[in-house]
Ligand binder design. Structure first.
Ligand code: HEC
Ligand code: HEC
Ligand code: HEC
Ligand code: HEC
Ligand code: HEC
Ligand code: HEC
Ligand code: HEC
Length: 410
């Protein structure tokens, strides 16, 4: 396809053989979201409120979701004497390891919240700088139970601050950085651009902006707009864009930030077929799950069939309309029994919420739950039965209410 072989705004040819682009585009190739907003009001207006845009940020009172209120600002380890305390100080917000058994030296290491990772739909993790090296803080915030929990990878019975943050973490959770490897967690501090911005999915846009602002901007519908519209890419390349971050915990190939929209994702990631038995995780593989659906075999389905990433998603019911672009409501085997009640409930039965059931080290054997949306569209007999029961109950309750009001004459 011509659009794939063209030279992309970043420089190197897209989809070139032998491991993809040698280098990430330089910072000067990017224009930033404010520039895009000047001309693309429709896409920009609501974008700032989306989880992508809010996905990482400078840590402050607004962006940190966890509580600093006394009584709620402590993470207990499995050692009753050792805790992590979250406090607000004049120079920022801090996490401190405290040993309550040692009256002379109760406090151990304390580090500042510098960066938030995660919008907090499920959870949020925090990073701190030590010089130009980036590390993970021990306490994370778990939205489902609204509490502090031990960050993944840290031991349950003590407080540590030494988990380095690898570039792949920022490649998925941010927009840009200059990597000063080695060591792997060294970055040019002022190069980091937080939040997932427009150019993460459209490619570097400085040349597009310059062209559009020039005295002779390209004619409408021109082929050389120096920006990528994913809708014009092949099916495989469209999915490749979302796969960069939504194909689960796969190993990267080579240095970070080289992949650009339109490239072959397999030059950058060791993409694997999903294991249907794998536990559900906040780092889900929506691409792999969707690909294993019968609907996907239609060859027409991409993530954009259901998602408009430029706006905040609406509730699950609103997605049923997308199912009905390919299926007639009567195609559902339960239509005969349930009738029109299923019209807005396709997702509840065919893409049910799945329990992630994560063991939290901080909570000992306690299990932390998160509900995540299944992306293998299929027949789930058990979940369907539950939804069917609740539909029948609602139906019965409505019938009951109608009868009562007619009896009382209201
Ligand atoms: C000075 C105005 C201006 C700025 C700034 C601007 N654009 Fe555009 N953009 C346009 C115009 C005009 C078009 C073309 C409309 C057409 O031909 O249909 C366009 C088209 C696009 C398209 C569709 C391309 C296609 O082939 O269908 C995308 C995607 C896009 N811009 C993204 C961006 C992003 C991302 C930014 C910020 C980095 C940005 N634009 C900044 C004016 C601008
Ligand atoms: C640079 C990495 C990256 C890319 C590329 C990316 N995403 Fe995401 N996406 C994320 C992260 C990280 C989150 C979690 C955001 C949060 O903190 O809540 C997310 C969350 C989402 C969500 C759930 C939040 C919401 O908006 O309801 C949807 C849906 C989604 N992405 C769809 C897509 C689609 C579709 C594509 C491809 C067009 C895509 N993403 C490309 C990283 C990415
Ligand atoms: C492969 C790309 C990728 C990598 C690497 C990655 N994440 Fe994520 N992360 C995501 C995506 C995508 C989501 C949203 C998934 C969803 O909602 O199903 C997410 C979700 C999260 C969430 C929950 C956000 C919310 O929705 O509330 C946290 C916290 C998080 N990641 C932290 C991290 C940290 C810290 C690292 C690195 C140490 C990391 N992740 C590495 C892609 C990635
Ligand atoms: C997570 C990936 C992602 C992000 C971030 C993103 N877009 Fe898009 N954008 C897409 C996809 C995918 C399409 C094609 C949608 C489709 O298939 O209809 C698109 C289409 C567009 C178009 C073409 C619309 C049209 O009608 O042809 C414009 C313009 C655009 N985006 C601008 C922006 C701007 C401005 C931002 C930042 C505020 C932004 N995008 C952020 C993925 C993204
Ligand atoms: C792009 C078109 C398209 C969309 C959108 C779509 N499907 Fe499908 N779906 C298909 C095709 C094609 C098949 C395979 C039909 C066949 O095998 O007869 C299918 C099969 C199915 C099956 C049978 C699965 C099985 O394992 O037997 C179910 C259930 C289903 N779809 C439900 C849905 C629901 C619910 C939605 C919305 C969340 C949806 N589909 C959206 C095209 C689509
Ligand atoms: C057939 C419709 C459909 C398609 C296609 C689809 N999604 Fe979704 N997606 C949904 C629904 C429905 C939800 C749940 C929305 C809600 O609960 O508000 C969702 C939620 C998500 C979430 C948040 C999950 C969570 O529980 O945290 C992510 C991330 C996501 N989708 C990514 C993707 C990606 C990436 C693709 C393409 C591989 C994709 N989706 C394709 C329907 C779809
Ligand atoms: C209460 C749960 C429930 C709801 C709501 C529901 N379905 Fe189903 N659907 C099922 C079950 C269970 C089956 C399989 C058993 C059967 O065919 O009787 C099924 C079968 C299907 C099939 C496959 C038929 C076949 O023979 O391969 C399709 C397609 C489908 N549903 C689409 C939809 C669409 C579209 C919606 C929304 C308008 C929807 N379903 C809403 C439970 C549900």
């Amino acid at each position: 396809m011509a659009s794939q072989d063209a030279t992309l705004p970043g420089g190197a040819p897209a989809g070139s053989q032998g491991g993809g682009r040698p280098e990430p585009p330089p910072p000067s190739a990017y224009a930033g979201d404010e520039a895009c907003a000047q001309c693309h009001k429709k896409e920009s207006e609501l974008y700032a409120q989306t989880p992508h845009a809010l996905d990482s940020a400078v840590a402050d009172a607004k962006t940190i979701k966890g509580s600093f209120e006394p009584g709620h600002n402590v993470l207990r380890t499995t050692n009753p004497n050792i805790i992590v305390a979250m406090t607000q100080e004049p120079n920022g917000f801090f996490q401190s390891g405290i040993n309550m058994a040692d009256p002379n030296h109760p406090t151990g290491e304390a580090e500042r919240f510098d960066i938030t990772i995660g919008s907090g739909r499920h959870a949020q993790t925090y990073l701190y700088w030590d010089g130009d090296q980036l590390y993970e803080l021990p306490a994370s915030y778990w939205r489902w139970s609204n509490e502090w929990v031990m960050s993944p990878g840290y031991p349950a019975d003590s407080v540590h601050f030494e988990r380095p943050v690898v570039p792949r973490c920022l490649e998925c959770h941010g927009s840009y950085f200059t990597w000063l490897n080695p060591p792997a967690n060294r970055f040019k501090k002022d190069s980091i651009v937080l939040g997932i911005g427009c150019e993460r999915c459209h490619g570097p846009g400085a040349r597009h902006v310059a062209l559009e602002r020039s005295a002779n901007p390209p004619a409408a519908g021109s082929k050389d707009l120096a920006i990528v519209n994913p809708a014009h890419l092949s099916h495989d390349r469209q999915l490749g864009l979302c796969s960069l971050c939504h194909a689960g915990a796969v190993e990267p190939i080579g240095a970070p930030l080289r992949f650009q929209v339109g490239d072959n994702i397999r030059d950058y990631l060791q993409i694997q077929k999903p294991d249907p038995g794998a536990p559900v995780d906040v780092h889900g593989n929506q691409v792999g799950a969707l690909e294993s659906s019968k609907c996907f075999a239609s060859g027409k389905m991409t993530c954009s069939t259901c998602h408009d990433v430029h706006r905040v998603q609406e509730n699950a019911d609103s997605f049923s309309g997308h199912c009905l672009t390919c299926h007639a409501i009567k195609a559902c085997g339960r239509y005969k029994a349930l009738g029109e009640a299923i019209r807005t409930k396709c997702v509840d039965c065919h893409m049910p919420l799945q329990d992630s059931a994560k063991i939290s080290p901080a909570a000992g054997e306690r299990v932390l739950h998160a509900l995540l949306r299944a992306h293998r569209i299929a027949i789930y007999p058990q979940e369907s039965e539950q939804v069917e029961l609740s539909l029948r109950e609602k139906h019965a309750a409505r019938g009951q209410g109608a009868r009562e009001s007619s009896e009382t004459g209201k």
